[in-house]
Design a protein. Sequence first.
Length: 506
Amino acid sequence: MRKLIAMFTVFGLAAIVAAYVGHAPVANDAPDTLNGLFLPLDAAAVGLTGIAGRDAAVLTLLGAGLVLGMLVGLFSTERADADEVDLGPGPVWHPEPHSQDDRIARLRRRAGAEVVERPTGHPAFAEPDAPESAPADAGGLPPGPVVLARKSRTGDGDWTNSASWLGGLPRLAGADWPRDAQGRPLPFAAQIDLAELARTCPLNPLPHNGSLAFFLGTGAVLSVPPGDHEFTDPPDGLLPAYEEGGAPLPVVPTRLSRYLFPFWPVEPVALTLSKDAPDDDVDPAAAQGAIARIVRERFGEPVASLAEAGDETLWWYGVFHLADQLHEALDSADRIVAADAPLDDQTGQEAAALSAMVEAMDGFISNRDPWEPLTAEERDLVVEILDEINRRHGRLVRHVLPDSLAPLRAICIRAMASGAPEAFAALPDEVRARIARGRRVPPGRQHQMLGPDDGRHDGDLLLLQLASDDLMEWRWGGGGVFRFRIGRPEAAAGDWACARLTFEGA
C-alpha cells in the first residue's frame, strides 16, 4: 500500500506541473496578491514551451512523472525487503495440506500402529489470528528451533509454580490421564505452555494459548485449556517411570523404581539459524550440528558430570540407595544360586553371607537424615563396605552395585536438586551454581520444539524432542531421542490425537 501511495504521489505532482504548463500564463488572470507567486512559474513554463512546444512539454512532463513513479515503487520494494531481512521476524511457516498420496501413506502407518484411546473431553483450541503470510521465497521453511532450557533454582518462591516443565505431574484440568491399548496409564514427560512459547517464537504455527501435555509409552499429547489448574493426581496402575540411577521405563517394579520423573521447570528459548545453515533435507547431520553449535554458544558447554572429581561429599540418601541395591541383589540371589547349584555350592554360601551384610546395612542407616552429609569416618566405612561386598559377593552384585562412591554422590545431587525444599536447602552453594551454570541444557542433544529435526519426516511438525538427560533420569541409550510429531493439517486443526511418538537413534 505504501508503495502505491508513493507512486501516485510522484505521478500526481508531475501531472500538476504539466497542467500548469498547458494553461500558462496564469498570472494575468490571478488576483493581484498572487501575481508575484505565478510570474516566475509562468516564466519557467514559457521557457519549456519555447524549447519543444506546449504539447511536447506537457507530454514530456507526464512521461517523466510516470517513470519517476515506477522508480519510486521499485526502490520502496527493495527497501521493504531489506528492512524485512535485517529487522523483521523470520518467515512464517503455514501448515500446508498434504497430497492425497501423503494422506494415504499416513493412514497406512496409523493402521499398522497400536491404537491408543485418548480422552475426548476437550475441544481443539481456537486458532489465533493468522500472522502475515511468509514471503514468496520463504519456501515453507519452519520457524527456527526452540530450546527448552532448564530454569535455575534459587530456593526462593514456589518451585512448582512454572508455566512449562519436564517430569513431575501434569495439570490436566479434569481431563482423563491417557492410557495405552491395554488400559495402563502412560508415563508423563512434559507440559509446555503455548502462550509462553508464542512469546519467544511469535510466528510459530501452534495455538498461542493453553498448553500441551506429553506422555511417553505408546505416546499421547493432550491439550489443556488456559487457566490456573491443580496438579493431577497419578492414577492407579501407573507403571514406574525409571529406576533411580538406572534405566527409564522399567517393565517390572523394584525397590529402586520411581513413578514420576524428577520435576524441572523449563523456559522456551528461540534460536535463530543463519540463512546459510545446512539444509535439513539435504544433510541432516550437518543441520543438527549447526543447531548444536548455536546451543553451545547460547548456553555454554554443559558440565559432563554432576559428581566432579575431588568432591567427596556423600549424603545418607546415597547410602539408603546402596541399601536398596543390596536388597535387590539379595532378592535375585535365589535365581543365581539355583542356576549354580548343580555345579557349585559356593554361590549359596555367598548368598547367605550377603543376607547378613544386608541386615547390617539396614541397621547402619536406621534413623539417619537422608540429607545430612556423612562424616569422613562414616564415608570411609561405606567405602570399605562397598569394596568388601564387591570382592566377596561379586557374582551376586556385579550388575547392581557401583564400584565407587561417585554414582551414589550423583544420585544424591540429582535428588536434592529437584527434590523437596529441605532437600534442596542441603545442597551446597557451589553445586547449585554448577548446575545453574553448566546444566541449562543436557550434555548431548537438546530438548527442542519446532524447527528442523533430522529430515526423515518431511512435512511434519516437530512438536517436542526429549533428549537424554541424567538430571531427568532420562537415559535413552545410544544417544537417541524421543520425538513427538504431527502432520501440518492436524496441527492447524488442533487434532492432537494424531500426534505420533517415535524413538530415534543418533
